[in-house]
Design a binder for this molecule. Structure first.
Ligand code: MTE
Ligand code: LUZ
Ligand code: MOS
Length: 810
């Protein structure tokens, strides 16, 4: 690995930590096979360290706030609404304007273009336009010489804002639903095989009804939202923005400024995490910074404090469900009806597509012959909720997994047997509610393998024996499967572009439309290009995402980053390789089709020359040494009104077994062991993929256990707006036994090198932790009643559920 500076002690330590991690990972990946592959010239299917790993651990990776500030840079802070509903009748800003180092204050009236930063529907004001929608809504922006001065002044919002408060805030999805208050029209997805859901439920031998509450989740990216806008000549602006969606930032900034997109240049080298939170919601900050920069003709930086980030931006939607299913004595679901209500917040943002994905993942890995689903996006006086890893998929599937566990309790059998009885078939029982056929089903083999390797049945028996002898501590276990559809559920977003430059020294620069947020996208794209041109990893460099290089890009989201941009970069690299091959054949004889590129060498007509040598020859021969590339996912279509079609290119699969111990007197618990088998097709980079699986597992575990969001019931203020009150997992929450393996297989579709997307699907794996806790709660009531366990399963929620099952048993 090349490193630009002399490794210091911190780097040496970090390198050791990485080496330990790699050794650990190596136990789970086939290092010998990888070495042989690389020997043969392959650059994909190889566990490379993240392209910035050494920069990350040395603190040298440049995030937006690390860019050296230009002379005259000003700092911005936002004044936030202290109330949840009402009208902003006036802003008396004179006192704020007179505060030390304050340069100016900007309000909605200063936005020269449109005061809107909504991603799909234009219902999202940048700065308050009169209507107050939630506590934390930005009312005005202070621009000052220092960040501290701007923050001090913005903190005077309560004194400056003249507000006519009105009405009580609507905070929960159930309240919004009761009032019929939604950000979008309701959605319905029905499928009828035997007469429809109602008839199938009524005719079923057994029935079950229930409700479930699942909380939201803060993205908690390490780098908060930030934009640094620099005015350019002729009314243009250059915005350094921590965003998953540079093109959307470009368009929204152009609208806010009332200028054309060609005058807005958005750049993002990397994010310190996005997790969906920077797909749409980086826009408000990009717009405010740009408006201020253009008005003052000075560079303006807007970097949020963590508390403000919590107060202003949205997060994962919490969901409330009401369901009824009809099933048979084997636990097979014959009919199901479900209503899902999400907390959308004050505006639509991405709530529509999130609900669509939730409805399209209620089936998870199971065939539902007759089903009727209803989705409502409740409008509430809270931050506008948005994308978060899984994008509604986890919220859809967890409702079904809860039903599986309840059926198992009712029948008094193992939940794995109920799940298996419902799995999608391979040749029959393989049509989803939205009518896409499941043609790549590997869930039977995958779960069978995990059942064996995790020693599921023997441990089940051991847990039952333990519980029989242990009145206070109860163990629980659960195996949960997942199936996750890959593609944006908005078909036209599934496209990508790339630009590859080969310089005359043989080094290669790649630009593509995807953004790096730590997931290893640039590493994978560099591997694809190195593979295509048969060169070493070190000769390929990936640059910042930049709207002046690749236009009209999609968000790096829906786990499609490597699928889309990998294919686009491959397309560009292939064109250059073909031109080089023709040049080689012209100069050295033989057939262009027979020219081989591998290990930095080019073999032509029995001769071998260095790649850089051929590049120099091609340059002299005036061969174009750069190329664009493009990719659009084939075969997708979606009818949003009927909610039918073929929204996904393929499905990713996985399963996990978790075992917990719960203290039934305190509600404390511990994850003792987790076994994961996850399908990434033919992995582009097994180390990166294992990292994604582990990270998603722990992140999803946090969502379902300790991360609780509380809004004050009267004022509507988010009370959990910092790590002091909002508990994310730490390294200590990782289980002592954590067996993560990648399922051996390949994507039957023509995806990039037969790989599968990995970013979001493994977030569903820690359902197994939640249901293991539920299983332990159930044991506290001698498995006599289905526990009513809400998510997150905090100690309080666990104790509530234990009390209820024990009361039912008494
Ligand atoms: N991994 C890291 N380290 N940081 C992130 O912000 N975001 C996740 C996932 N993994 C994220 C991450 C989300 S929400 C998505 S959609 C995918 O990465 C996006 O990247 P990809 O499509 O390139 O996999
Ligand atoms: N659909 C989807 C989307 O499945 N995932 C996304 O992240 C997304 N973003 C915007 C619109 N549709
Ligand atoms: Mo990921 S939620 O699709 O950014």
């Amino acid at each position: 690995m090349n490193h630009p500076v002399e490794p210091g002690i911190a780097i040496a330590r970090a390198a050791q930590a990485f080496a330990d991690y790699a050794t650990n990972t190596a136990a789970r990946i086939d290092v010998n096979a990888e070495a042989a592959r690389q020997q043969n010239g392959a650059r994909v299917g190889i566990s490379r360290a993240h392209e910035s790993a050494y920069l990350h651990v040395a603190g040298e990776a440049t995030y937006v706030d690390d860019i050296p500030e230009l002379n005259g840079t000003l700092h911005c802070a936002l004044g936030l609404s202290p109330v949840a509903t009402g009208r902003l009748t006036a802003l008396s800003l004179d006192a704020i304007r007179q505060m030390p180092d304050v340069v100016t204050v900007i309000t909605a009236a200063d936005i020269p273009g449109v005061n809107d930063c909504g991603s799909i529907i234009h219902d999202d004001p940048i700065l308050c336009d009169g209507e107050i929608r939630y506590v934390g809504q930005p009312l005005f922006a202070v621009i000052a010489k220092t960040r501290a001065a701007a923050r001090r002044a913005a903190a005077q919002a309560k004194a400056a804002a003249v507000i006519e408060a009105s009405g009580d805030p609507v905070l929960t999805p159930r309240e919004a639903h009761a009032r019929g208050q939604y950000v979008l029209p309701p959605m319905h997805l029905d499928r009828s095989t035997n007469g429809g859901a109602r008839e199938a439920i009524d005719a079923a031998p057994r029935r079950l009804k229930g409700t479930l509450d699942v909380g939201g989740q803060e993205q908690f990216y390490l780098e908060g939202q930030i934009s640094y806008a620099i005015p350019k000549e002729g009314g243009a602006v250059h915005v350094h923005c921590s965003t998953q969606h540079p093109s959307e930032m470009q368009h929204l900034v152009a609208h806010a400024l009332g200028i054309q997109s060609h005058a807005v240049h958005v750049e993002c080298r990397r994010m310190g995490g996005g997790f969906g939170g920077k797909e749409s919601q980086s826009a408000l900050f990009a717009c405010v910074a740009s408006v201020a920069a253009c008005k003052l003709q000075r560079p303006v930086k807007l970097r949020l404090d963590r508390d403000d980030d919590f107060m202003i931006t949205g997060r994962r939607h919490c969901f409330w469900y009401e369901y009824e299913v009809g099933y048979d004595e084997e636990g097979r679901i014959l009919g199901a009806e479900i209503t899902m209500v999400s907390r959308a917040g004050h505006s639509a943002d991405l709530s529509g597509p999130v609900m669509t994905r939730a409805l399209c993942h209620f089936d998870n890995a199971y065939w539902l012959p007759d089903v009727s689903m209803h989705g409502f996006c409740g409008k509430t006086n809270t931050q506008s909720n948005t994308a978060f890893r899984g994008f509604g998929g986890p919220q859809g599937a967890i409702a079904m997994e809860n039903i599986m566990e309840s059926i198992a309790t009712e029948l008094g059998c193992d939940a794995l047997d109920v799940r298996r009885a419902n799995f999608y078939g391979t040749t029959e029982h393989n049509v989803t509610p939205y009518e896409q056929k499941v043609t790549d089903n590997v869930i039977h083999e995958l779960v069978g393998e995990l059942e064996q390797t995790s020693d599921y049945r023997a441990r089940r028996a051991a847990i039952a024996a333990f519980n029989a002898a242990s009145p206070v501590l109860k163990r629980g276990m659960s195996l949960t499967p997942l199936k996750f559809g890959i593609s944006f559920n908005v078909a036209h977003f599934n496209q990508a572009g790339a630009l590859v430059h080969v310089y005359s020294d043989g080094s290669i620069l790649v630009n593509h439309g995807g953004t790096e947020m730590g997931q290893g996208l640039n590493t994978k794209v560099a591997q694809v290009v190195a593979h295509e041109l048969g060169v070493s990893f070190d000769s390929v460099r990936v640059t910042a995402t930049d709207t002046t290089k690749v236009a009209n890009t999609s968000a790096t989201a829906a786990s499609t980053g490597a699928d889309l941009n990998g294919k686009a970069a491959q397309d560009a690299a292939r064109q250059i390789r073909e031109r080089l091959a023709e040049c080689a054949a012209r100069r050295h004889g033989g057939d262009a089709a027979g020219v081989r590129f591998a290990n930095g060498q080019v073999t032509v007509n029995g001769k071998s020359l260095e790649f850089a040598q051929l590049v120099r020859e091609a340059y002299v021969d005036r061969v174009q040494l750069w190329s664009d590339g493009f990719y659009a996912t084939p075969g997708l279509h979606w009818d949003g009104a009927k909610m039918k079609g073929h929204p996904f290119f393929y499905f990713a699969y996985g399963a996990a077994v978790s075992e917990v111990v719960v203290d039934t007197l305190t509600g404390e618990w511990k994850l003792l062991r987790a076994d994961v088998l996850h399908d990434v097709g033919r992995s582009l980079n097994p180390a990166v993929d294992v990292g994604q699986v582990e990270g998603a597992f722990i992140q999803g575990m946090g969502w379902l256990t300790t991360e609780e969001l509380v809004w004050h019931p009267q004022s509507g203020k988010l009370m959990t707006h910092a790590p002091s009150t909002y508990k994310i997992p730490t390294a200590n929450d990782c289980p002592p036994v954590f067996n993560v393996r990648l399922f051996v297989g390949e994507n039957p579709e023509d995806s990039i090198h037969k790989s599968k997307a990995v970013g979001e699907p493994p977030l569903l794996l820690p359902f197994s932790v939640f249901f293991a806790i539920r299983d332990a709660v159930s044991a506290a009531g001698e498995h006599g009643a289905s526990p009513q366990l809400r998510a997150p399963a905090t100690s309080e929620a666990i104790l509530n559920a234990i009390e209820a099952v024990q009361a039912a048993a008494a």
